[in-house]
Design a protein around this ligand. Structure first.
Ligand SMILES: [Zn+2]
Length: 221
């Protein structure tokens, strides 16, 4: 995708347009490192620093700090776009259908936390995780029911999935606690290994029978 850089791509005046000048878009999202500001304007990374220093009168340090903040935001947005893509691909594959508009509307409400039946935003990755875990169940469950169309089944399944969100969270919490326990045991083992290693080293040195510090001690004492 090509984007207009708000620093190095010129803003065209009416006159310039009349003279046949075309809007240039010099950011290639495939190859260039770019950043977006609060007003959703895009910049090459270095152009953004220049923009902040020249137009916003920032010092270079401050400008680079700001750049990092905006870069992180762009990364987060990119990740969410990828997660969204993966989620909808899975859904289309599972139901073997195009996406009904009202289903997508509901999903975006759930993601943003505006859906009234859930009291917090649920990320795409979590939603997909629950769908994947419940896939077999959802199919079995639907087998005994008759739906007018796929859209109706998708809505029904979504309600089932959301109904399991609480269970999913406590399951994840339990898994995390188990994981923490494993980590602690692993750390303890690592410590024990270190001690064993030191002891082994010491024994080896003792076996050599000659130790410079022992000799020095003998001489000095
Ligand atoms: Zn630029």
């Amino acid at each position: 995708m090509l984007l207009k850089c708000n620093f190095c791509d010129p803003v065209l005046t009416k006159e310039m347009r009349l003279n046949g000048l075309k809007n240039s878009k010099s950011i290639n999202t495939e190859t260039d490192q770019y950043v977006k500001d609060e007003k959703n304007k895009y910049y090459h990374v270095e152009c953004y620093v220049q923009h902040l220093m020249k137009r916003k009168k920032m010092g270079e340090m401050e400008a680079r700090d700001k750049l990092n903040v905006q870069l992180e935001k762009v990364q987060k947005e990119l990740k969410e776009m990828e997660d969204k893509d993966r989620f909808y691909k899975w859904i289309m594959n599972f139901y073997d259908t195009a996406l009904p508009a009202y289903f997508c509307t509901k999903i975006s409400e759930i993601i943003s936390g505006q859906y009234e039946k859930v009291n917090e935003p649920i990320p795409y990755t979590t939603l997909l995780d629950i769908y994947e875990m419940m896939a077999t169940f959802l199919n079995k469950n639907a087998f005994n029911k008759s739906f007018k169309n796929k859209g109706q089944r998708m809505n029904y399944d979504l309600a089932v999935v959301l109904g399991k969100y609480g269970d999913y969270k406590s399951y994840k919490e339990r898994m995390k606690n188990e994981q923490d326990k494993v980590e602690i045991t692993k750390e303890a083992l690592d410590d024990q290994n270190k001690i064993n290693h030191v002891l082994k080293k010491k024994n080896e040195q003792d076996d050599e029978g000659f130790n410079l510090s022992d000799v020095l001690e003998d001489i000095l004492l």
